[in-house]
Design a protein around this ligand. Structure first.
Ligand SMILES: Nc1nc2c(ncn2[C@@H]2O[C@H](COP(=O)(O)OP(=O)(O)OP(=O)(O)O)[C@@H](O)[C@H]2O)c(=O)[nH]1
Ligand SMILES: [Mg+2]
Ligand SMILES: [Zn+2]
Length: 293
């Protein structure tokens, strides 16, 4: 007889999962099985050992310093990409997160936190209106005055969401605002892991209030990087380009120099904002550097 469980946290060769009846179980995982991720559905045997990793819908991850894909969590419905005036992101950080999310097949939602601080008149803040026009959602929150939290909570209901963003933008503050009894969950988890006080050092799946969904808090990185991929894969991160590329004269158009390019025509017509096209060019360049390193 096996028990179904959801992985909450995994590190090195250990993980903690919550069984369908609410029991927390710590287990080592054998090398023959792939490393489980927060959000993974698993089967445990009678001795509470990992028996099987059930198929995943998707994974979200980042590129490591060698450009390899490093998975962070699995089975997500959406990512919350948190940005804030402090620490201000580099111009491409948001575009990388949005692209990564789309490439992983997960809907991104932009969260502008710390709205109590003045918004700098620079990228990506001055690009948010253009992104909204392209269909991206932007939710404005402030943890200091607890504003915008209810609106965010509504978007999380019944879903599994991952909260990502630069270190210090307020991810954990948002998780705390969304989950009043987070301390209790964290305490219970620390008892099982024996890791003691818990800071955000690894991704962790938490229950939203009244079982209305799951939320993954992740440790912030300073500069989020993409992994090595083909130009074709990268293009999936810019879905607004795909439709326009139907109009390209050449099937293998690179959307850079060719005559009759549908993507560049859409940029010139203002259908695709110029800042998106330039961001895509920079990420393409970045890819060329990754493949050389
Ligand atoms: N002014 C202001 N400060 C905030 C707000 N939300 C969070 N902070 C502060 O920002 C700092 C960082 O918050 P955290 O929640 O720890 O940030 P984090 O994204 O979890 O950081 P890492 O775990 O390092 O990735 C703390 O000092 C918070 O008090 C906000 O809405 N406004
Ligand atoms: Mg944190
Ligand atoms: Zn083209």
């Amino acid at each position: 007889m096996s028990t179904r469980a959801t992985v909450l946290e995994a590190w090195a060769n250990r993980a903690v999962a919550e069984t369908v009846d609410g029991r927390l179980v710590a287990f080592h995982f054998p090398r023959r099985l792939e490393r489980p991720l927060p959000g993974d559905e698993i089967l445990l045997n009678e001795r509470d050992e990992l028996d099987e990793l059930l198929p995943r819908r998707n994974r979200f991850g980042r590129g490591d310093n060698r450009g390899q894909f490093r998975p962070i969590a699995a089975n997500l419905d959406q990512t919350l990409i948190v940005i804030a005036a402090e620490p201000a992101p580099s111009p491409d950080l948001l575009h990388r997160y949005l692209a990564a999310s789309r490439i992983c097949g997960i809907e991104p939602i932009i969260v502008l936190n710390k709205t109590d601080l003045p918004t700098p008149s620079q990228a990506p803040f001055d690009e948010l209106e253009g992104l909204i026009e392209l269909g991206y959602s932007v939710i404005r929150t402030c943890c200091t005055h607890a504003s915008g939290i209810d609106g965010l909570a509504e978007r999380l209901e019944g879903r599994t969401s991952l909260i990502a963003g630069q270190s210090g933008v307020g991810k954990t503050s948002l998780v705390n605002a969304l989950i009043p009894e987070l301390d209790r969950q964290t305490g219970a988890l620390s008892q099982v892991t024996g890791k003691g006080r818990h800071t955000t050092t690894s991704a962790r799946l938490c229950h939203l209030p009244e079982d209305s969904g799951w939320l993954v808090d992740t440790p912030g990185v300073w500069e989020y990087g993409l992994w090595q991929m083909t130009p074709r894969e990268l293009l999936r991160g810019f879905p607004e380009f795909l439709e326009a590329s139907d109009g390209c004269r050449f099937r293998d158009c690179s959307h850079q120099h060719e005559p009759g390019c549908g993507v560049r025509a859409a940029v010139e017509a203002g259908v695709i904002p110029d800042f998106r096209y330039r961001a895509w060019l920079r990420l393409l360049d970045e890819q060329a550097r990754l493949s050389r390193s």
